[in-house]
Design a protein around this ligand. Structure first.
Ligand SMILES: [Zn+2]
Length: 319
């Protein structure tokens, strides 16, 4: 492995390039790889963040330290110009760049969940399944125009307080399938389009165990959105193998619960959508996420993006 290779193409507008070198002082928490089918080349964005208490970030940072080899393999593939946005939009058969915003961890903090639900827009609400009044809240979200997903708790590598219904790698096939069916059943007749993983850096690396979940998704015609809490997640490989609708997270919006920070992450999401035709952002029902999201959605009226359910992007890219 060569040292000092360029770590990534930076397609954000922020000047972060000089810092983008893989060294011990660098923490990498987000990445995405542009898909072969829509681009002349793979490209990767590495986001740099520091000092946040969010469990997802801490987990991802730990992952990156462990999985440096994976990152290095991926960053070697970089550096060729991407196609014009117009060409990409034609390929995807869409008019405007699509943006989906998924709100994870819904259904636990009732007040914050209701704040998010009060935003009448095509957002995607991803519910943890152990909160009270799950069905009632999901119904309200649906009435507000949200798509409903399950935010399925999966075992992380790092120590963390786990959801009571966490899918774990030491469970057998029956236990995993039984637990997942219990989650699905809690929504009764409400349509659940797909799932994404809550934590899950350990579980998503386990091809066999994640495979049991993927089989059920396939039977039920549901998609898997990989939250990418591990660079070595088997989500994409399994989805390709079994022809399951799949996408992965591009940006975490609220690793810092700060209004201006969240708006800057939304601008980054717009930049990515302009470059590849679509972008999927994930956020949480945090106190500053709600006002930032509300104001950003208002600003979309004057911009050339379409806010859509995540299933619409998945449909466009998996066709
Ligand atoms: Zn979560």
């Amino acid at each position: 492995m060569q040292e000092n290779i360029p770590a990534a193409i930076v397609i954000t507008e922020e000047i972060v390039e000089p810092k983008l070198e893989l060294n011990d002082s660098t923490d990498i928490i987000g990445d995405f790889i542009l898909d072969h089918e829509y681009f002349a080349a793979d490209a990767e964005v590495l986001e740099i963040h520091s000092e946040t208490k969010d469990h997802v970030v801490l987990e991802a940072i730990t992952e990156q330290k462990i999985d440096r080899s994976v990152e290095n393999d991926e960053v070697k593939k970089v550096v060729e110009p991407v196609e014009e946005t117009r060409v990409i939009l034609n390929k995807l058969d869409i008019e405007k760049p699509l943006i989906a915003v998924v709100i994870d961890d819904m259904g636990i903090n009732r007040k914050r969940t209701l704040d998010i639900i009060s935003i009448n827009a095509p957002l995607t609400s991803s519910f943890l399944t152990y909160g009270s009044d799950l069905k009632g809240l999901a119904e309200k979200a649906k009435d507000s125009g949200h798509e409903i997903m399950i935010h399925a708790p999966m075992e992380p590598k790092v120590e963390a307080s786990l959801a009571p219904d966490t899918l774990k790698t030491d469970m057998n096939k029956d236990e995993i399938e039984g637990l997942f069916h219990q989650m699905l059943n809690k929504f009764e007749d409400i349509k659940v389009s797909g799932i994404n993983n809550h934590m899950g850096s350990k579980f998503t690396e386990d091809e066999e165990k994640l495979g049991y979940i993927m089989n059920i998704l396939k039977q039920k015609d549901m998609f898997f959105l990989d939250s990418k809490t591990s660079a070595a997640s088997k989500g994409k490989a399994l989805a390709v193998l079994d022809k399951i609708d799949f996408a992965q997270r591009d940006v975490f919006l609220d690793n810092e619960n700060d209004y201006e920070y969240i708006l800057s992450q939304l601008r980054k999401t717009e930049t990515i959508a302009n470059k590849k035709g679509f972008a999927i952002a994930i956020c949480h029902p945090k106190s500053q996420t709600y006002p930032a999201l509300k104001d950003w959605i208002e600003s979309l009226k004057n911009k050339n993006f379409e806010l859509v359910h995540v299933s619409k992007i998945i449909e466009a890219i998996n066709k």
